[in-house]
Design a protein around this ligand. Structure first.
Ligand SMILES: [Zn+2]
Length: 425
């Protein structure tokens, strides 16, 4: 599920290149805690406004401590932490949001809506400035909201202690050198918690049966928060089935039947914050095929379907590594052909040098024809990012395209590998 933001913003383009982006020493500026900043985004397809909700102090920062400054340029949104009146960046990261995807829907051309969203940053030791940016159609960062965070502010709420057990599914590696995934159950009743535990093990088995994850099994921690739902299975509005579940996941998100996400950001983030995490993954207890993944936000996959293993890994490609869908169909224009998309596995050829040009053979034509002889060749194949023309993918097939080959193309594999290293080295 993707976006092409048409936000027209009247704010200033900020040249982040002017800022000092050297990595700082974590312990000099941050405690072991995590700060969750909850905010609202209101708007439609053309406009957006930000409003702060609240600050929450969570027990443990789950993100990296070595790579505090994000230089990937991934994602449509960006948060940056600096000292007041200083250009030294203490922390930054890029991400995408459900709101940004909604802005590309037909509904967003007709009405305005409000979404609750959050970012997490390491908890500061002194007063810091936190600046929120969004990218415009040209993928330039525009400042949206700036807040000052005083760590001694008594309005920063402590995270509630919830009565749910934590299940250590896999790994016992130092948090700062691991990719920490928190699994959250939706649509599992109290009596079905045993099934959720089995589905968590299925998640681990699935993850480590694909390259490159199988080569980095000693760099992952996977934990689960055992929160039961009142009802079994999840909500399916198109079938008139509404269920009372812990995370409120629903098919027909944005009226797309297989798109299964939740609007209940606060519950999701509160549950996830019980453990340190880099990535949130909701497992939905239903046989229906579907899911979704938003970069550095969260992923959802159903668990009772014969394709569940592929869906779990495909969606994690979006959520963890910022991979784009490599499939194409007629009639969409999600991406501007004049701009190089930020995702590492598609290109408009505008900025191809920074993508996978180094992985092309000398004799591989650009674009590369979709022919049998190129079946296993890294090339530049037209059709990707939902568009048949003008956008190119690295291989004829890949797990970000179909489930036929059941593996990632070398470009996606490299992008995932780089992300694992970002979190763990
Ligand atoms: Zn790929």
């Amino acid at each position: 599920m993707k976006k092409s933001l048409t936000i027209i913003l009247s704010t200033i383009i900020v040249f982040l290149g002017l800022k000092v982006k050297a990595q700082v020493e974590y312990d000099n500026y941050f405690t072991d805690n995590q700060l969750r900043i909850d905010y609202y985004l209101f708007g439609n397809s053309d406009t957006v406004s930000y409003a702060l909700d609240k600050l929450v102090k969570e027990p443990k920062w789950g993100g990296p401590r070595a790579h505090l400054v994000d230089s990937t340029n991934y994602g449509m949104y960006f948060v940056e932490v600096t000292l007041p009146d200083s250009d030294v960046v203490l922390y930054s990261h890029g991400y995408c949001l459900l709101f940004g995807e909604w802005q590309t829907t037909d509904e967003a051309t007709k009405i305005s809506k409000g979404f609750h969203e959050s970012v997490v940053i390491p908890f500061p030791k002194e007063l810091v400035e936190v600046t929120f940016y969004a990218k415009n159609d040209h993928l330039e960062l525009n400042e949206q909201m700036k807040i000052f965070v005083d760590p001694n502010d008594y309005f920063i709420k402590p995270a509630p202690k919830l009565p749910y057990a934590v299940y250590n599914v896999y790994g016992d590696y130092p948090v700062e050198n691991a990719v920490d995934i928190v699994l959250l159950p939706d649509g599992y009743t109290e009596q079905e918690m045993g099934k959720f535990v089995k589905d968590c093990q299925f998640f681990v088995k699935s993850l480590f049966s694909y390259a490159p994850y199988n080569r980095y099994q000693d760099r992952f921690n996977i934990r689960a928060v055992l929160v039961p739902s009142q009802d079994s299975d999840i909500t399916m509005p198109g079938d008139g089935l509404y269920r009372n579940t812990a995370l409120s996941c629903s098919f027909w998100t944005f009226d797309s039947e297989r798109y299964c996400m939740t609007y209940d950001n606060e519950t999701m983030k509160t549950l996830a914050g019980q453990v340190p995490y880099d990535q949130i993954y909701i497992l939905a207890n239903t046989k229906k095929y579907g899911g979704g993944g938003i970069f550095n936000s969260y992923c959802v996959s159903t668990t009772g379907n014969s394709y569940s293993s592929d869906v779990i890994i495909h969606e994690f490609g979006h959520g963890f590594a910022g991979l784009a869908d490599e499939y194409a169909y007629d009639g969409t224009d999600n991406y501007s052909l004049e701009v190089e998309p930020w995702e590492p596995n598609i290109t408009t050829l505008v900025g191809f040098d920074a993508k996978w040009k180094d992985m092309l053979g000398k004799k591989t034509p650009v674009p590369t024809p979709v022919e049998k002889k190129y079946e296993n060749t890294v090339g530049v194949y037209e059709g990707a990012g939902y568009q048949l023309n003008g956008i190119y993918r690295p291989m004829i097939d890949c797990l970000m395209n179909t489930f036929n080959g059941d593996k990632f193309c070398p470009v996606c594999e490299r992008a995932i590998e780089r992300m694992i290293l970002h979190y763990t080295e």
